[in-house]
Design a protein around this ligand. Structure first.
Ligand code: FE2
Length: 289
């Protein structure tokens, strides 16, 4: 059986009718050349320097298997409003000691780079992001969370099929993922896969606060539509993902990393759920354009 291929568009600074038709039909958009090679290079270099400056030893309890639970969950919750580092599962032993070179151990960096880091903040708020978010109909596009996803060579972990609205729920649902390739993402190094049209399926689960921890609750039984279509992306390509679109990424067993920068938006006109894991402190309101 042939693998389906996704429609792609060359980004020229504005959202058009053909993009609107594909977005409505598929629940995703692949926009080549969304960010310039210069901006990709700035973000890639910045990610490296953030990792270089990160002191893993100071956070060992967070990353040890024994330290799971409270320290890890507290560290995760606080990442809503800072720049935190998360490690690949296969990069540490059970005491939280590194088994890999630090530059190859980080799984992701998040979740407020778009507000706190000058390079990521600058690019995240540029005119292209504004044009696209308004083009798809957001009245008050707000940048909620951001992350650099590293997908390291050989040990880059997989992300199973999910809908982003499970984790970022608003009423009405407005969560939208802006996923930008900082390196070429291929089938070999773990590119995104999606279920075309799967955004028309119901929301299956919600990840909700439960005391100090989190709980997954089922809203609708049944498997999500299968992610049949790979979304390979050259560096600088943006993949836009509807909050209900089933998507996944495979593990990276190849020799090359697959860096990406993802920002999730919500519309300020929708009600943001108090049960979502990500709650920003009052003195750090969300920003738009
Ligand atoms: Fe996702």
């Amino acid at each position: 059986m042939n693998t389906p291929t996704a429609d792609r568009f060359a980004w020229q600074g504005h959202y058009d009718q053909r993009m609107a038709a594909a977005w409505e039909r598929d629940g995703y958009l692949v926009l080549d050349g969304f960010v310039s090679p210069e901006d990709v290079a700035r973000m890639r270099a910045r990610a490296d320097s953030l990792i270089e400056d990160f002191d893993i030893e100071a956070h060992r309890v967070v990353f040890s298997a024994k330290g799971q639970s409270h320290a890890a969950s507290d560290y995760f919750m606080k990442s809503a409003a800072n720049i935190s580092f998360f490690l690949e599962e296969e990069a540490v032993d059970e005491d939280g000691r590194l088994l890999k070179d630090k530059g190859r151990a980080i799984n992701k960096i998040g979740h407020a780079l778009h507000d706190l880091d000058p390079v990521f903040a600058d690019i995240s708020h540029n005119a292209d992001f504004e044009a696209l978010s308004r083009g798809i109909g957001m009245a008050d596009p707000l940048l909620l969370q951001s992350m650099v996803i590293c997908k390291q060579p050989y040990i880059g972990g997989e992300v199973n099929t999910h809908q982003d609205s499970t984790f970022i729920y608003t009423e009405p649902e407005t969560c939208t993922g802006f996923w930008l390739a900082l390196e070429d993402a291929t089938i070999e190094n773990g590119c995104m896969w999606a279920a075309p049209g799967g955004h028309k399926a119901g929301l299956r689960q919600r990840f909700v606060r439960d005391g100090d921890g989190m709980n997954m609750i089922t809203l609708e039984e049944g498997a999500l539509p299968e992610c049949t279509t790979p979304l390979p992306a050259r560096a600088g390509t943006l993949v836009l993902l509807h909050g209900r679109l089933p998507h996944l990424s495979a593990p990276n067993r190849s020799a090359s990393s697959r860096y990406a920068y993802a920002v999730h938006y919500v519309d300020g006109t929708a009600r943001y759920a108090a049960e979502n894991w990500l709650q920003r402190p009052d003195d750090m309101p969300l920003k738009g354009f």
